[in-house]
Design a protein around this ligand. Structure first.
Ligand code: TYD
Ligand code: MG
Length: 474
């Protein structure tokens, strides 16, 4: 018997439906996202509704106060650093996008999480890129064996229709899709492999997990050029976006040579400040919990000029990082800033404040700034240490070894309080640093800091800071 079919146009971005084709979705404003979609008359409406909605009545609202706040709940991925970035575990009914360049370790992370996840439910690993044999080999290489892999089901396909059938049969609680770029559906019209295909399929899978109290991880390959066309298009559909990135293979670090950072770019269920830190070894990704020495350079005796140690916050962690600066006379007519790890606008601003308030000529110099260990620092508390490194680079005067710096530098040259000063001082002390230069503590912390941190030198402005660093007379 032939099924009765009719067609509607559905936005692959937001799911909005129109009876006729439009160039632009009236709901989300995206262009060229309306896709002709078959409506199966028997299943009611198309798209995100087709999995479970058939047979249910009209949608109903309910009082907000009647909603169970525990709805969903979390399950641990079994990987501490992943849980940390997710905001305390995998949220049920959520969709997580894991982006990163090829080879960074996305498949490895998902496989390890599938094996370690603390759930009794079934886990479905959907691979559109590797064969089941390859995934099995990797699992063996990772030393994942016995009961941890028994709960993992694997299927190698990119076809949404096949995946739907399997989902409804297996009813997994955790679904890994590797990768979003391999998904396709006959219902999404146009050519397989397009952004619209990917968005359509992702939309359907997200709808499935919301309805079935499961959680979804979607891998997305990101290349430096391809950022916009591909996974960016999925970002607004998912609850959490994680990006996996790698530092430079900086030599001379006292900690591990090479590490990978997992950062949340968006998180509906937690902070985006947390980072997860991993190293890739023989047995896959290892979590790095003690990061205290990872971003410091092992040195004996005096520091070279241009180096300052900063105490910065990364989410709930305090880390010490070495800031390195180099100034050389500008090669061109305009001086330039070369800084990947600290925002160049921030470097320019700090340099301008130094020039204005200390009379230190930097505007005719090219400024190079780096952070040891290759970690990107976005926290404002790095500014005073950055000022110290630039000052030291320009004047050739090394900072005292053993001094850690934190503080925000305003354009007026004043040093502003930073959050959690006491924690920063504590970390510095625990690593054997004997001096700490910073702002006056915030009111809530002042008593605690005064009582416990005799080594704190308080600087009210950048002039005072330079005096405190180099002693009298400058
Ligand atoms: P992979 O997870 O395949 O990356 P992605 O899915 O992001 O493309 O990881 C690829 C790299 O990790 C590859 O270069 C090999 C390396 N690797 C190890 O060093 N050790 C291991 O145990 C595994 C599984 C991978
Ligand atoms: Mg992969």
């Amino acid at each position: 018997m032939k099924k009765q079919k009719s067609f509607i146009f559905k936005c692959s971005g937001c799911g909005h439906e129109e009876a006729r084709w439009l160039g632009r979705c009236p709901e989300c404003g995206e262009w060229n996202t309306l896709i002709e979609t078959a409506v199966n008359a028997a299943a009611g409406r198309a798209g995100g509704q087709r999995f479970g909605a058939a047979g249910r009545g009209l949608p109903q609202s309910l009082p907000l106060s009647a909603v169970n706040p525990q709805e969903g709940g979390r399950l641990s991925s079994g990987i501490g650093e992943l849980d940390r970035v997710l905001g305390g575990g995998i949220m049920k009914r959520s969709a997580v996008l894991v982006g990163g360049e090829p080879g960074i370790g996305k498949s490895t992370l998902l496989l390890q999480a599938a094996a370690a996840a603390e759930t009794r439910g079934r886990i479905l690993y959907i691979s559109g890129e590797e064969s089941a044999g390859q995934v099995r080999l990797r699992a063996d290489r990772l030393g994942l064996a016995g009961s941890s892999v028994e709960k993992i089901e694997i299927v190698c396909t990119g076809s949404l229709e096949e995946i739907e059938t399997i989902l409804n049969a297996v009813k997994p609680v955790l679904i890994m899709v590797d990768s979003a770029q391999t998904l396709f559906s006959a219902d999404a019209g146009s050519v397989p492999g397009t952004v619209n295909q990917m968005k359509f399929c992702a939309f359907e899978l997200i709808a499935w997990v919301k309805e079935h109290d499961a959680a979804l991880f979607l891998v997305a390959h990101v290349t430096k050029e391809g950022l916009i066309a591909g996974p960016k298009a999925l970002e607004h559909m998912v609850d959490t976006v994680l990006y996996f990135e790698q530092n430079d293979k900086a030599a001379g670090l006292s900690g591990t040579q090479e590490c990978r950072f997992l950062r949340a770019a968006k998180n509906r269920f937690g902070s985006v400040d947390e980072i997860g830190i991993f190293t890739m070894g023989e047995r896959g990704l290892q979590t790095v919990e003690d990061t205290s020495l990872l971003f410091l350079v092992r040195r004996e005796g005096e520091l070279p000029a241009g180096v300052a140690t900063a105490a910065v916050l990364e989410g709930t962690r305090t880390i010490l990082v070495e800031i390195q600066a180099l100034t050389i006379p500008a090669k061109g007519a305009v001086s330039r800033v070369f800084s990947d790890k600290i925002d160049s606008a921030r470097v320019s601003r700090v340099a301008a404040a130094l020039e204005k308030h200390l009379g230190l000529r930097l505007s005719d110099q090219d400024l190079y700034v780096n952070v040891a260990g290759g970690i990107r620092i976005t926290e404002v508390g790095v500014e005073l240490a950055l000022a110290g490194a630039l000052y030291s680079a320009r004047t050739g005067l090394a900072l005292p070894a053993g001094m850690v710096i934190a503080g925000e530098l305003s354009l007026t040259g004043e040093i502003r309080p930073v959050r959690r000063l006491a924690a920063r001082i504590k970390t510095a002390r625990s690593l054997g640093f004997t001096g700490f230069l910073g702002p006056a503590p915030e009111a809530v912390e002042s008593a605690a800091v005064a009582a416990s941190a005799p080594e704190l030198k308080i600087a009210g402005d950048i002039k005072a800071a330079v005096k405190l660093i180099y002693g009298k007379g400058r």
